[in-house]
Design a protein around this ligand. Structure first.
Ligand code: CO8
Length: 254
C-alpha cells in the first residue's frame, strides 16, 4: 500500500507513503490514489480531501527509476501518467498539506489541488530540466497560470527550489504555517470547508477553476449561472434563513 487513508468526520486525509523514495510518484501510487478517491468523490458524507506526505517530503517527483529506461514509444502507447487527470478532475475540494520537498510531479500534484498549505520547511521546485526533461503533469501550464511567466520561467528553466515563504509571496501557496502545526491547520481548514453546503462549495471551486480556462465575460456569465442555480438548493434557503434568524446554518448538501 502506497497510501494511508483516514476518514475524520467529513474529511478524508490521504498520506502518500513511500518513505524509502521520498514519496516518489509511480504508476501504482497514481492508480491507488485515483481508485481510492473516485468513489469518495460522490459520497455526500465527504466534504474535503487532504493530501499530505511525510515531514521530509510531500513528494520528490515522479519516480525516476520507473521512467528512466522507457522509450518514447512506451510513454506514448501507455499515455504515461494521463491518469493524473482523473485526480485533477475530482470535484471534492482537495487541500495539499506540504512539508519538505514538493518537487517535479510532487509540485504538480500540489498544484492539482485547490489550495496548498505549506509548512515553513517546505521546498517547491520543477527540477525536471536537470534530468533532461520538462514538467509533464501540468507544471508548465498550472505554474504559469498560478505565478505568472516570470517566476514560472525562472523555476522551470533553472530548476531552482523555492522555500515556503517565496512560494507564498508569488501566489503558489495559500498559507505558510509552522511545520509542527501543519496537520492540525490543514485538518481545521478542511473541516471548515466541509461544514459548508457541498453544492455551493463545488460551484465555488468550479467557478474559480473556470477563471483559469476562459475569458472574463464568459467566466462572469458562468459564475452568474452557477449562482442562480444554487437558489434551487435547500442549503441556500437554510444559509440565508439562518442569517436572518441570527443562528448558525446547518447545511445538508441538498
Ligand atoms: N524518483 C525515484 N527515487 C527518488 C526520487 C524520485 N523522484 N527522489 C528521491 N528518490 C530516492 C533517492 O534515489 C534515494 O534512494 P536511495 O536511498 O535508494 O539512494 C532516496 O529517495 C532518498 O533520496 P536522497 O538520498 O537523494 O535524499 P537527499 O535528502 O539527499 O535529497 C532530494 C533529496 C533533493 C529531493 C533528491 O532526492 C532529489 O533531487 N530527488 C529528485 C528530485 C527530482 O528531480 N524530481 C523530479 C522528478 S521528474 C518528474 O517529476 C517529472 C514529472 C512529469 C512526468 C510526466 C510524465 C508524462
Amino acid at each position: 500500500m502506497r497510501l494511508k487513508i483516514e476518514r475524520i468526520g467529513r474529511v478524508v486525509r490521504v498520506r502518500l507513503h513511500r518513505p524509502e523514495v521520498l514519496n516518489a510518484l509511480d504508476t501504482a501510487l497514481m492508480t491507488e490514489l485515483c481508485e481510492a478517491l473516485t468513489p469518495l468523490d460522490t459520497d455526500p458524507g465527504v466534504g474535503c480531501f487532504v493530501i499530505t506526505g511525510s515531514e521530509r517530503a510531500f513528494a520528490a517527483g515522479a519516480d525516476i527509476t520507473e521512467m528512466a529506461e522507457k522509450s518514447a514509444a512506451d510513454m506514448m502507447s501507455e499515455d504515461y501518467f494521463a491518469g493524473w487527470e482523473t485526480f485533477a478532475a475530482l470535484r471534492t475540494p482537495k487541500l495539499a498539506a506540504v512539508s519538505g520537498y514538493a518537487l517535479g510531479g510532487g509540485c504538480e500534484l500540489a498544484m492539482m489541488c485547490d489550495m496548498i498549505i505549506a509548512a515553513d520547511n517546505a521546498k517547491f521546485g520543477q527540477p525536471e530540466i536537470t534530468l533532461g526533461v520538462i514538467p509533464g503533469i501540468g507544471g508548465t501550464q498550472r505554474l504559469t497560470r498560478l505565478v505568472g511567466k516570470a517566476k514560472a520561467m525562472d523555476m522551470i528553466l533553472t530548476g531552482r527550489l523555492i522555500d515556503a515563504h517565496e512560494a507564498e509571496r508569488i501566489g503558489l501557496v495559500s498559507r505558510v504555517v509552522p511545520a509542527e502545526s501543519l496537520a492540525a491547520e490543514a485538518d481545521a481548514i478542511a473541516k471548515q470547508i466541509s461544514g459548508y453546503g457541498k453544492l455551493a462549495v463545488t460551484a465555488a471551486r468550479d467557478c474559480v477553476d473556470q477563471a483559469l480556462e476562459t475569458g472574463l465575460a464568459e467566466g462572469v456569465r458562468y459564475e452568474r449561472r452557477a449562482f442562480h442555480a444554487l437558489f434551487a438548493t435547500e442549503d441556500q434557503k437554510e444559509g440565508m434563513r439562518a442569517f436572518k434568524e441570527k443562528r448558525e446554518a446547518s447545511f445538508n448538501g441538498k
